[in-house]
Design a protein around this ligand. Sequence first.
Ligand code: PLP
Length: 401
Amino acid sequence: MKYLTARNADRAGDDPIFALNREAARRRAAGERIINATLGALFEDDGRLAVMPSVIEALRSVEPERVAGYAPIAGAPDFLEAVIGDLLGGTPLAAQAVAVATPGGTGALRHAVSTFLDRGQHLVTPSFHWGPYGTICDEQERAVTTFEMFDSNGHFNADALASVLASTAARQGRLLLFLNDPCNNPTGYSMSDAEWAEVASVLVDAGARVPVVLLCDVAYMAFAREPRALLKHLAPLAETALVLFAWTASKTFTQYGLRVGALVACTADDAERSQVQRALSFACRGTWSNCNAAGQAAIERCITDPALRAKTDAERSRLTGLLDARVRAFNAAAQAAGLRYPRYDGGFFVTVFAGDAAAAHEKLKARGVYTVPQAGALRIALCSVAEADVPSLVQALAESV
Ligand code: PLP
């Protein structure tokens, strides 16, 4: 008897990154010296998961009835208002935004794919992208089309983007582009002002021909050197394209398990905006119905309560400092060792180019160093490596790639 439908019959049941992380943890527990650079969660230098105490304080302050009750389907209005203010406050986009709550950024990405692409259509994203983009599309019978992320000078490849947008638009008559910036996962790259300006102009051109939806996956925004630099390029875009943000508390508030996020949608067109809001609410009802009520209340308090906000800002600034020290240590050692990698000035990950990534990955594993292999490169999660281990990590990389 075949219970599964054909397209679900041979699914990989395990996420490769979580599987590698488990293997590394098993070897460490057995007493081996392991450097585990696999998982996208921020760890203290002593190996404990970094937790922001003020967020736990906020969670404890949520009233029992609010914890126990259903949140509204589209999300709690005070939470959504807080997210929009936090993300877009002080920019014209704030007045053009609607939002729905989602379980983390993943839920926001999911809704973007289901709502702005038809079955069989393709999402466009750079060659270096977060693997689950493909899973989210595949699970919903959509697909991913990529373009070379970097040109021969190591800059964001706007020409390759323009060309793939043109062919995709010709094929399907609409465009959905996912850009994970700043602090791209897996490369660590943050686009410069000039690169964003070029992308915006490519999207304005495309928008003259077909409907264009740009989703900015801002999962790592809070850890960037200039977190909101991209916004000035997006405000004019909302005149000709729909601009989405996948916002998440997972990294910003170190609350990966709380599953609090939002999909924020901005357009200058009032009628379109309310239609989008209704479609996204409908998608919420048709998937998870509603999201974690206590989580939304706690994160809303962290953003808007002045005393809590001061504490969360200070705690996050300590964590950003912790990560930045690793980034500096990595850049110093990697440049001295001649590693090839994109410009990296902040964020959870960096990617090192490797001729034969699979072979390099095996060599590294043999010496107790865990990274995530990809096409022609290895992803290094510096968020989970102590600063003191960075020089040995870089030496192992230099001897393996
Ligand atoms: N986007 C990127 C690029 C990520 O790396 C992640 C998590 O690792 C997410 C989105 C979504 O995370 P979450 O669903 O926990 O918010």
